[in-house]
Design a protein around this ligand. Structure first.
Ligand SMILES: *Cc1c(COP(=O)(O)O)cnc(C)c1O
Length: 230
């Protein structure tokens, strides 16, 4: 099946409340354009250099200028300038240090960067993200000292379930994400800098489960573009 038919098929499957984020990492600009021509406008990358070079290539072609780019990978603080000028959302803020560095960069560049905070929900140690406790501590700091954070806006939460065929486990992990987001939404309802509206969870293997559990954004690569060309 072509990229465009897959885009159309997945969009038809998703409730209108769930945005499709096309994860184009390790796929060429040509594949991005096929998805674009099928109507896709939100794309995500996970490596700074690859994001920057794809944006520049498309720019030179005069194509895809209305694409909204999301960053979804581990972001080192010395790579911010390769990412932040180009993105409408950083989904993968996984440490306090990164949060502070984005805030500083944004202040220096007269920007406000929308972010999601990544929560560690998988059983695998290797996965990134804040514990619920550490995320709560950061949110508490933002809500009590918003003036420290003029460069950043929290739009919600992101998470990645374990890579497993055990759908019950995936459900439990997604449920833990949603319940944390609901709790934070209540606790920080008065903070202008904190929203918990966006809940980014669900990938190629588990987006159908995610779509039925309160996800507002699924991040899909393989099911659109095929196997990645490493
Ligand atoms: C690669 C990636 C995806 C997409 O994974 P697929 O299984 O190919 O859909 C989603 N989220 C993150 C954070 C990723 O790194």
């Amino acid at each position: 099946m072509s990229i465009s038919s897959k885009i159309i098929e997945i969009k038809n499957e998703l409730p209108s409340t769930v945005k499709l984020v096309a994860v184009s990492k390790f796929h060429p600009v040509d594949a991005i354009l096929q998805a674009y021509d099928a109507g896709q406008r939100i794309f995500a990358e996970n490596r700074p250099q690859e994001l920057k070079s794809k944006v520049e290539t498309l720019d030179q072609m005069g194509r895809g200028t209305d694409i909204q780019w999301h960053f979804i990978g581990h972001l080192q603080t010395n790579k911010l300038k390769m990412v932040l000028p180009y993105v409408s959302l950083v989904q993968s803020v996984d440490t306090r240090k990164l949060f502070d560095a984005i805030n500083s960069w944004a202040q220096a560049n007269g920007r406000t960067i929308p972010v999601l905070l990544e929560m560690h929900i998988a059983s695998e140690e290797s996965k990134q993200g804040f514990s619920k406790q550490d995320m709560d501590a950061l949110l508490n700091d933002i809500s009590t000292s918003p003036d420290k954070y003029p460069g950043i806006e929290v739009k919600g939460i992101m998470g990645m379930a374990s890579l497993t065929d055990d759908t019950e486990q995936v459900r439990q992990e997604f449920a833990s994400l949603t319940s944390a987001a609901d709790e934070f939404a209540q606790r920080y309802a008065a903070s202008a800098k904190i929203s918990m509206k966006e809940r980014s969870f669900g990938m190629s293997g588990d987006y159908r489960i995610a779509a039925g559990m309160g996800s507002t954004m699924v991040r899909i690569g393989t099911a659109i573009f095929g196997e990645r060309q490493y």
